[in-house]
Write a protein that binds this ligand. Structure first.
Ligand code: ADP
Length: 462
């Protein structure tokens, strides 16, 4: 039997685009309901994305470092216990689910998480169906934060291959090293996973359809990163996979390259061609405008329908957990104010490719700035002269900063190599707050840490 419940705000999803707003709004006294088929908070980031993949990455990174320093007598075991790595990853996920459940409980009746799937009946009414619910909600505002899902390309046989879910989900099906591994897709998920498994000794091959790894990233950054990746990762560019056949020992992957048909065999194949927004049913029927395959939202997270907001991967603006969180808080502020008072700044979102080593960027590059007619002054410093890089014997890579000429305002930058994943936050904050080359140069970047290299790059201009 269907009953209609009135709530102030209904969030479709309970991931990074939803729960920060839900918390903020519930704290402000609004009655909030989040709906998610997982029945737990934190969305795909914790279920199969950032957190579990970084748990595996840190193990791979430590393993690499330990092997490098084996000359100090640090125990060198012949092979990694990958089952133990997976157990650690699972434990981190479980711990965070417990933590989120406690956070939710603290809100009492003001905030409810309903296990189910939501679909639009009209602009304010949603049907929610799940194992224990069949209910209609009427909401004053709706936050659409249904995220994104793994894209399975229309390649015959792709459905038999692994995806990142098989590797990173809680209790994943992949519990031993997939060796050899062929990765279809040289984007960040494919390349990161290739690096983790290569670090554990797996024979890895990557097939990428376009003419560079990490399509969409600045080609100079990608080229510099490419020099630092494990040279035993075999990369084939311009390779368009067409069919994947099962064989007695694994898979045969057929691809076209320069007009020729070629094939590669592998015990395991991982499909990593990206993620696509999950549009809730009924969205188009009620007139929600789409853009870039997702639901269109402006900088205040408003969709084209008043009272409906779209946050996180669903709007495909910056499909990263921390961007989703910021967008969610923007939506909450604007709902509370009843008008647009807060705006998301897409140009200051750090993006790290967690390869080994990582490459990370934020804001504009000379390439994107030139399209906007902005003249750029570049400042760079190599990690080869950095004390921490020398201590760890990881001296490849650089910090490169981009300033608007004249004002010398920092508009972007990248870090390739040691600690890139951390250093980019400092650069991102400087971009977000409009700091100049002089501001960075006058800051005593901490010695003997790699952050010094940011300061060194800025000081090179004076
Ligand atoms: P984001 O970081 O953008 O919030 P996530 O993918 O982490 O994205 O989280 C989105 C969540 O939304 C996922 O847990 C997904 O299961 C859930 N979801 C997707 N479609 C629906 C729907 N129609 N109703 C409710 N929840 C949904």
């Amino acid at each position: 039997m269907s009953t209609t419940l009135d709530v102030d705000i209904l969030c479709i999803g309970a991931g990074g685009g939803a729960y920060p707003a839900a918390f903020r709004l519930a704290r402000a006294g609004r009655r909030v309901v989040m709906v998610d088929p997982k029945g737990v908070m934190s969305g795909n980031c914790l279920a199969e994305g950032c957190v579990p993949s970084k748990a595996v990455r840190e193990a791979a990174s430590l393993w690499t470092r330990a092997q490098h320093f084996a000359r100090f007598g640090i125990q060198r075991t012949p092979a990694v216990d990958y089952g133990a790595v997976v157990a650690h990853k699972d434990a981190v996920q479980e711990r965070r689910y417990v933590q989120h459940a406690e956070e939710l409980k603290a809100f009492g009746d003001r905030l409810e998480l309903v296990k189910g799937v939501a679909r639009f009946l009209d602009e304010r009414r949603l049907k929610v169906e799940g194992p224990n619910v069949d209910r209609e909600y009427r909401a004053k505002q709706v936050i659409i934060a249904s995220g994104a899902d793994i894209t399975i390309p229309p390649i015959p046989g792709a459905e038999n291959c692994l995806t990142s879910r098989d590797v990173f989900a809680l209790n994943p099906s992949v519990r031993s090293l997939p060796d050899p591994l062929l990765v279809v897709g040289g984007g960040y998920i494919g390349l990161e996973t290739a690096c983790f498994f290569r670090a554990f000794g797996v024979k890895v091959r990557v097939l990428e359809m376009t003419n560079q790894l990490l399509p969409g990233f600045d080609p100079r950054m990608v080229m510099e990163l490419g020099r630092l990746l494990d040279s035993e990762i075999v990369v084939t560019l311009n390779a368009k996979v067409e069919t994947i056949e099962k064989t007695a020992t694994g898979f045969k992957v057929w691809y076209s390259r320069d007009g020729r048909r070629e094939s590669a065999e592998s015990a395991q194949v991982l499909i990593a061609v990206g993620r696509s927004p999950v549009i809730p049913e009924g969205s188009e029927r009620i007139g929600l405008e789409l853009e870039r395959g997702g639901i269109k939202a402006d900088e205040a997270q408003r969709t084209n329908i008043p009272g409906l907001y779209a946050c996180g991967d669903i709007n495909n603006q910056a499909p990263l957990f921390h961007a989703a969180v910021r967008q969610s808080l923007v939506a909450a502020a604007n709902i509370l104010a009843g008008t647009a008072v807060d705006y998301f700044d897409r140009d200051s979102v750090p993006f790290t490719v967690f390869t080994l080593p990582a490459a990370a960027c934020v804001g504009a590059t000379p390439l994107t700035a030139s399209r906007l007619g902005i003249n750029v002054i570049e400042a760079a410093a190599s990690l080869s002269e950095d004390s921490r890089a020398q201590i760890l014997d990881e001296t490849g890579g650089e910090v490169r900063l981009f300033f608007s000429s004249g004002s010398l305002r920092l508009i972007g930058g990248w870090v390739i190599g040691l600690d890139a994943e951390n250093l980019i936050s400092e650069i991102g904050l400087a971009v977000a707050r409009g700091l100049t080359a002089r501001d960075l140069a006058e800051f005593p970047g901490q010695h003997p840490m790699a952050a010094e290299t940011i300061t060194r790059a800025a000081r090179s201009l004076f």
